[in-house]
Design a protein around this ligand. Structure first.
Ligand SMILES: NC(=O)c1ccc[n+]([C@@H]2O[C@H](COP(=O)([O-])OP(=O)(O)OC[C@H]3O[C@@H](n4cnc5c(N)ncnc54)[C@H](O)[C@@H]3O)[C@@H](O)[C@H]2O)c1
Length: 401
């Protein structure tokens, strides 16, 4: 089995020039990937290795996939969420010789079929997001587990899913927790998601941030970033948390901390928990008329979309749902990750860091035999990425730092 771009399932190959333009913009603003990662990958370790890239299929991911291909890997790509796939970018990747299985708005059945098509390319290495491909290889293609050299995982949710597989004795290969690298979660989850979540909410609704009551559910890395950028835009922030330490941190950061009553006066609710139904039926019952609901976490069901019932589209990406008793709420992009499905995802410079972690993790998996189970991203590589980024910013540290 080899990867074969002609086997791809994409929406429209004629969109490739528009996708090329977006990828070129990313390439222009990615000094760490273009410098450190490209140089490290040039040693030939990835040559002939089959790499499946299953991350939100937009231009930053395409640049990563292209660098892996340039290093000699045979790359197959699929989206990690049908709402975030950009058809033009998928077309550009196929034109570059990469096999792609992804269309924007794919049905749940098509989405799974695309992931299984990526699995059927028999990858040696998986660059995953939310463990979407790894979980399916383990459950639906167990015969392929044996040939996996390893996985490198992008998200908090994915790392949690991998740890659950490990605890169940179902992770007989190494899985690098790329999310837990400093150069990933410190910047991507906090600044990247913080900025782009607020940006996407404002762009989708065309409403004002200043003076709004914004409720953030979950005060981890993502929640902290969302709260910070909301406050920076003049919103008043309330945090709903279940962890007392995080709740206290939110309080000391200057936010109001509340129990479920925090939902009652919210103009905007943003979920950032990594769980399911963080805004469930009870919370929905508390919402006031006109509240806007957005999700920044990995799972499309952080907001209990089923409990909201069918909605009427009132603006692109905004649906109005009747809660009864004369109350309506507005759901953004069907509860999918609002900054990616409702925007262009993270800033390019942020993904330059996150994907440098992924590129070096894939290179590590190709170069050495790591033990099975969830593995940390090596600290020296983390520091090298940060140092390269600082260099690109014109900041030089003293020798001993
Ligand atoms: N949108 C994006 O681009 C993007 C980027 C990075 C991460 N993510 C996703 O965002 C989610 C959060 O990531 P993180 O790094 O902040 O995780 P985290 O573990 O640091 O934080 C999650 C927080 O949510 C809290 N929480 C859990 N359930 C809750 C509930 N029911 N009510 C209130 N609080 C609850 C936890 O106590 C924790 O403090 C994950 O799904 C992650 O994969 C999304």
């Amino acid at each position: 089995m080899t990867v074969d771009a002609s086997r791809s399932r994409i929406a429209d190959p004629s969109l490739a020039p528009a996708g090329e333009q977006r990828i070129a913009w990313v390439a222009r603003h990615s000094p760490v990937l273009n410098g450190l990662a490209r140089a490290r990958l040039a040693d030939g370790a990835l040559r002939g290795k089959r790499v499946a890239v299953v991350v939100h299929l937009e231009a930053k991911t395409a640049h990563l996939a292209s660098l892996l291909a340039e290093a000699g890997a045979e790359v197959v790509a699929a989206g990690s969420n049908p709402g975030t796939t950009q058809d033009a970018v998928a077309a550009a990747l196929v034109a570059r010789g990469i096999e792609v299985h992804a269309t924007h708005g794919a049905s749940p059945d098509e989405f799974v079929a695309d992931l299984l098509a990526a699995a059927d390319a028999e990858p040696d290495i998986v660059v995953d997001d939310g463990a979407e491909l790894t979980g399916r290889i383990v459950s639906s293609r167990p015969a392929l587990v044996e040939r996996l050299r390893g996985v490198t995982e992008e998200t908090t949710t994915g790392v949690a899913r991998l740890r659950a597989l490990e605890a169940a004795g179902r992770l007989p290969f190494p899985a690098i927790a790329a999310n837990d690298a400093s150069c990933k979660h410190l910047y991507d989850n906090r600044y990247g998601t913080g900025q782009t979540t607020i940006e996407a909410i404002l762009r989708l609704t065309n409403l004002l941030a200043a003076g709004k009551e914004l409720c953030v559910v979950g005060y981890g890395w993502v929640g902290r970033g969302v709260a910070r950028y909301a406050a920076g835009n003049g919103a008043r922030v309330t945090v709903v948390e279940i962890d007392p330490v995080k709740a206290l941190e939110a309080y000391m950061d200057g936010h109001r901390v509340a129990g479920p009553e925090g939902f009652a006066d919210a103009d905007v609710v943003v979920t950032a928990t990594g769980g399911v139904a963080a805004v469930g039926r009870e919370a929905l019952a508390l919402l006031k008329d006109g509240a806007v609901l957005a999700n920044a976490g990995h799972d499309d069901r952080e907001i209990d979309v089923e409990a909201l019932g069918p909605g009427e589209e009132v603006r692109p990406g905004v649906t109005r749902h009747d809660l009864g008793g004369g109350r309506h709420v507005y759901l953004l992009v069907q509860g999918r990750l609002v900054n990616i499905a409702g925007g262009d995802g993270h800033p390019v410079e942020i993904m330059d860091l996150s994907f440098s972690v992924q590129a070096l993790a894939a290179h590590l998996l190709a170069s050495v035999e790591l033990p099975p189970g969830v593995q940390p991203f090596p600290e020296e590589l983390d520091r090298e990425i940060a140092r390269t980024k600082l260099d690109s910013l014109g900041v030089t540290l003293p020798e001993s730092a």
